[in-house]
Design a binder for this molecule. Structure first.
Ligand code: C5P
Length: 221
């Protein structure tokens, strides 16, 4: 049996996770934050001083790692039983995650886990390659974008709320660089699926974007 699935892809800070979480809640589906999985592997590799460029070591470590995403709030993340919800969102993890995500074997391991979840339950899954690679038969595919200024503003707000002091220009440059790395990599780069619906969220409220996706999902149910 194939479960109902919504794929939401897009660049950093396009609002995917906030929107995807709310859409999942409204539709009674499970929210799967695939970025959190790449972050979890990056966090563990940094913690264990694994050479991030050494693909075999990173892959071996990934194979032995248990990642759990909360099905209750869609936010909490555990790595080998340790709650890492905040630890995976530090600037250090953020600046290294694209390197880990560029490695084919890590991707295979995480994509298997993502497909396994989507086989068991209906999902709203967000990431970079969900519509193109992870769930090519998703019932609805959305590609979310927003101007770089707006995306930087959202990240700035999020980081300052969590107590980090951030330089605006540096933040903008980091977002641009991460999108570039995610877009030019060889394996499953950030790209809209051919049948994805593009939604530019610049100037839109979260509520408006959620509503737009809910309206679209009704046409696919
Ligand atoms: O979504 P988030 O910004 O937390 O993702 C962190 C990073 O994980 C991305 O910049 C990207 O390198 C990687 N990622 C990926 N494929 C996904 C989800 C995230 O390569 N499906």
């Amino acid at each position: 049996m194939t479960c109902f699935s919504i794929a939401i892809d897009g660049p950093a800070g396009s609002g995917k996770s906030t929107v995807a979480r709310q859409v999942a809640k409204e539709l009674g589906l499970t929210y799967v934050d695939t970025g959190a999985m790449y972050r979890a592997i990056t966090w563990k590799a940094l913690k264990q001083n694994v050479d991030l460029e050494d693909e075999s070591s990173v892959a071996r470590m990934s194979q032995e790692t248990d990642i759990q995403l909360s099905s209750e709030n869609g936010v909490d993340v555990w790595v080998d039983g340790i709650k890492v919800t905040n630890d995976i969102r530090t600037p250090q993890v953020t600046s290294n995650v694209s390197l880990i995500a560029s490695q084919a074997r890590v991707r295979e391991i995480l994509v298997d886990k993502q497909r396994e979840i989507a086989q068991k339950t209906g999902v709203v899954m967000d990431g970079r390659d969900i519509g193109t690679h992870v769930l090519p038969k998703a019932n609805l595919k959305i590609f979310l974008t927003a101007s770089i200024e707006e995306r930087a503003q959202r990240r700035h707000r999020e980081l300052t709320q969590r107590g980090y002091s951030v330089d605006w220009d540096q933040l903008k440059e980091e977002i641009r660089l991460r999108d570039e790395k995610d877009s030019v990599r060889e394996h499953s780069p950030l790209r809209p699926a051919e049948d994805a619906i593009h939604l530019d969220t610049t100037g839109l409220s979260i509520k408006e974007v959620v509503q737009a996706i809910l309206n679209l999902s009704r046409t696919k149910a």
